[in-house]
Every structure is written in structure tokens, then in C-alpha cells.
Ligand binder design. Structure first.
Ligand SMILES: O=P(O)(O)OC[C@@]1(O)O[C@H](CO)[C@@H](O)[C@@H]1O
Ligand SMILES: [Mn+2]
Length: 453
């Protein structure tokens, strides 16, 4: 049997905590236990709330959940085997099959364990086990342990949210008179605002405040040199040709956004989606979120609705007006929110066609799919130790339901599609360029013949 870390047909090994000192190693050793400890503290801090809501049963659930989570933290820190899930949720069987598959790859000698297995797998598994611990304790099953942090990060970014809403309102009020070039400039700006919105995730900071404090528009010029790959022209051409095609075929242009974090990042995504619709570049936007609390700050259906409600309720004219506009986009079906269990599974996206064919077929209906954030990038390229000059198309390993673009700030040590020498230069200037969250990419791929990798 092939060892899990061996290069298979030119595909490099998965990043893993088994490489002592690597970013994966430090994440599993330090950051994941810190996140787990915060989760335990949050549940404990809410003990009285559980008592008020559910009485003694709430207290028992709190105790038992904490017991399960402490046990998992111990398994992690002592590199114990990854164990099967015991809840009866819809996706449990799929997770357990995944474990079995990895165990077969490992062979009989070694168990799949926290430090020896692919980082992507064990990190996703930790969030699924948090969900299991809560789920097994009924009165608090639906409690989102990350909700407080997500809410707080939205409120801490209020100034930036108001600025971006005011900007959008200004663009929208004159949108019919804009030339194609002017439209491109606005598109390009809002794409970059959504890109940099990805700096605000709460997983990399292990839950510490990471909200947007400066003006998202004014900072764009100084941030521009930090975009290592910028394919925004190709994204624009894709939208323009989709529009031409839709006109002649009397169909619509559909853009999908695979969301990442709640808080300021989600607002920037909604602003971009609003612009796409108001400008006529797209007629429909499908948002894809997570079906369980995930990677500390990722968007769930509740976060999505809550953010729109808060925007509507804001004591700021532009912001509130835009919030109502978003609500009506949803009501009219111009916007729609979707979730699928595949987004909270550990698979590389090249597995999607086989393991979630319904989701793959659904994405094939889009003219463009925007993937937000670092985790989506890791899954796009399989979280493998690729050479930095390998093409994005190669690293996608056949994944390509539609033209796609990753909008990602770099927070994990994987990056493809760079020019020869570019990575070496960055390393000499800033050794942690791949993980410090300072750099970003707007990286496009289409399998269509006219688009090069
Ligand atoms: O996907 P996001 O929100 O941009 O980032 C999630 C993240 O912080 O979590 C992982 C580390 O724990 C990294 O992959 C990544 O940096
Ligand atoms: Mn995230």
C-alpha cells in the first residue's frame, strides 16, 4: 500500500504536522489547542445562560460537552489516533469512510493521528468534532460557540462598513452613466476590497480581534504591490463574454461566491455582489456558506441573515438603505444562499465531482465562481507541497466546474502559479510571506480553450 505522503503521479505530498517546525506542525501544536481552550471557556462562561434556558439539563449538557472537548484536546496534544464520529448526523458516515480510506493509505503499522496525517484533514476534523460534542448534548446542540466572536468582529468593523456602504451608494447612484472603462475600474476596486476583506479571519488569530479598522477604499493603492498574482482582467473578460453570450441566447449571467468569513469580509462580498447585480454584469448571485460553525469565523446561514438584518437596522442612512436592497435581492431570488455538507468536509476540491456530484453539477451552472479565502485555496490546490511555479490549473487536478477565481490572502504555506524566482525573492525579503496574511492573490482558471493556465 502506498504511504500517504508519497508523491503519486507527480502530485506532491499533503502538508502535515509530521514535518516538525512547519506551519502545519505549529498550527496543530499551538493554534488548534488554543482555539479548543477558547471554545471550552466560551461554553463554560455561558453556563448561566444554559441554566436559564434549560434548567439543570442545560448545566449537565455544558459539563458533558466540556468533558468531550477536553478529551479531544488531550487526544490532539498526545497525538492519539483520529477516531470515528459517533453522532448520527447526515455526514458522519462520509467522515468515517474518509478515515477508513486514510487508514488504508497509512497501512497497518501506523494509525491516522493528529500529527501524522494531512493537516487539512485533521484541522477540518477538529471543527467537526466540536460540532459532535455539542450535538450529542441536546439542549445545547444548536449552540454556535463562535457566534460571540463573529458578532463582535462585525461591530468592531462598523466604521469600515459604513465607508464601504457609502462608497457603493455613490457608485450605484451613477451606474447608468458609466463607460465600460469606468465600470471596470469600479469592479476592480470592489474585487480588491473583497480580497482584502479576507485578512479579517478569526482562525489565524486564534480568535483575537482581527477586524477592519482603516478605510477599505483608501488603502487599496498601497496594498496593490502585495497582490502576487492579479488576474482581475481575466475575471472581467469572463464576465463580459458571459454577458454577450447571455444577450444572444436570452439567458442570464450567474456568479457564485463561495463565502469564507463573517464580519467585515462578508460585508465586502455582499458589496461586490450588489455591484455585480446593479451594474448588470450578473443577473443572479448564488452564495455558498457553511452548514455548521467552522474555522472560527466562517459564515453560516444564520450569520448571513443576521448580517443583512444588522445592515438594515444600522443607524446610518446609506448602510441601512443598502441593507434593505440586499433583503429585496434575496426576496426576489436575484440572490440566494446555499449550503452543502461538502463545504464542511475535509476533501480536496478535485474530489468534488466524485464525492459530491450534485454540488459539482450545480456549480457547472455558474458563469464564474469566486472562492473566498485561505481554506478554500488550500482545498482548491489540495493543500499539497507544490512547487511555487506549478500552474494553478495543474494544482487544481481536474477541478473546474466553471471559470473560477480565488480571492485569498496568504495564511498557509501553499502557493502556486508564481513566476520563476518570485518565491525566492519573497523568501529572502520576508521568510514568512506565505503565512503572515500580508500578501494576496486574485488567481483565475478556466478550462475553456481560449483561456491559458
Ligand atoms: O480560510 P480563511 O478564513 O482565510 O483562513 C483560515 C485559516 O486562518 O485557518 C487555517 C489555519 O488554522 C489557515 O488555513 C488559514 O490561515
Ligand atoms: Mn475562514
Amino acid at each position: 500500500m502506498m504511504a500517504a505522503d508519497q508523491t503519486v503521479h507527480g502530485v506532491p505530498p499533503s502538508l502535515s504536522a509530521k514535518v516538525v517546525g512547519s506551519f502545519a506542525y505549529l498550527t496543530v501544536r499551538d493554534r488548534l489547542p488554543t482555539i479548543l481552550t477558547k471554545v471550552i471557556d466560551t461554553i463554560h462562561r455561558n453556563k448561566n445562560k444554559f441554566f436559564e434556558e434549560y434548567g439543570e439539563e442545560g448545566i449537565q449538557a455544558e459539563k458533558q460537552t466540556i468533558g468531550l472537548l477536553s478529551k479531544m484536546r488531550n487526544e490532539l496534544q498526545t497525538d492519539k489516533p483520529v477516531i470515528p464520529l459517533t453522532d448520527s448526523l447526515q455526514d458522519a458516515e462520509c467522515w468515517n469512510q474518509y478515515l477508513q480510506k486514510h487508514q488504508e493509505l497509512h497501512g497497518d503499522q501506523e494509525s491516522v493521528s493528529w500529527f501524522k496525517s494531512p493537516w487539512l484533514y485533521v484541522e477540518c476534523y477538529m471543527y467537526r468534532r466540536i460540532h459532535e460534542a455539542l450535538w450529542l448534548n441536546p439542549p445545547i446542540s444548536d449552540y454556535d460557540v463562535f457566534n460571540e466572536g463573529k458578532t463582535q468582529s462585525f461591530f468592531e468593523s462598523q466604521q469600515a462598513v459604513m465607508t464601504i456602504c457609502t462608497h457603493l451608494e455613490g457608485v450605484n447612484s451613477n451606474i447608468e452613466n458609466l463607460s465600460k472603462n469606468q465600470l471596470f475600474e469600479h469592479f476592480d476596486k470592489l474585487l480588491q476590497v473583497s480580497l482584502w476583506g479576507n485578512k479579517c479571519d478569526l482562525s489565524i488569530s486564534a480568535g483575537q480581534d482581527n477586524s477592519q479598522k482603516t478605510s477599505p477604499i483608501d488603502s487599496l493603492v498601497s496594498l496593490q504591490p502585495l497582490i502576487l498574482v492579479n488576474d482581475s482582467n481575466r475575471v472581467w473578460s469572463t464576465l463580459i463574454s458571459a454577458q454577450t453570450h447571455a444577450r444572444s441566447e436570452k439567458t442570464t449571467v450567474r456568479v457564485d461566491i463561495v463565502l469564507d468569513n463573517a464580519g467585515f469580509e462578508l460585508v465586502t462580498d455582499l458589496v461586490l455582489a450588489d455591484f455585480l447585480v446593479s451594474s448588470g454584469l450578473a443577473h443572479e448571485v448564488h452564495f455558498h456558506g457553511k452548514s455548521i460553525p467552522w474555522f472560527v469565523s466562517d459564515v453560516t446561514a444564520h450569520d448571513f441573515q443576521w448580517t443583512i438584518q444588522q445592515t438594515m437596522a444600522a443607524n446610518h442612512k446609506c448602510m441601512s438603505k443598502i441593507g434593505y436592497q440586499w433583503k429585496s435581492h434575496l426576496k426576489d431570488g436575484v440572490w440566494s444562499y446555499h449550503d452543502h455538507p461538502f463545504w464542511t468536509q475535509p476533501h480536496e476540491f478535485c474530489d468534488m465531482a466524485a464525492d459530491a456530484p450534485d454540488l459539482y453539477a450545480n456549480l457547472q451552472g455558474a458563469d464564474l465562481v469566486l472562492f473566498k479565502g485561505d481554506l478554500n485555496y488550500r482545498k482548491l490546490v489540495g493543500d499539497r507541497d507544490w512547487d511555487h511555479t506549478v500552474g494553478f490549473g495543474t494544482a487544481l487536478q481536474g477541478f473546474g466546474p466553471a471559470p473560477l477565481c480565488s480571492l485569498r490572502t496568504l495564511k498557509a504555506n501553499v502557493q502556486v502559479g508564481l513566476q520563476p524566482g518570485q518565491a525566492e525573492k519573497l523568501t529572502s525579503l520576508e521568510p514568512d510571506w506565505m503565512t503572515c496574511g500580508k500578501y494576496a492573490v486574485i488567481q483565475f482558471y478556466s478550462s475553456k480553450a481560449e483561456q491559458k493556465d
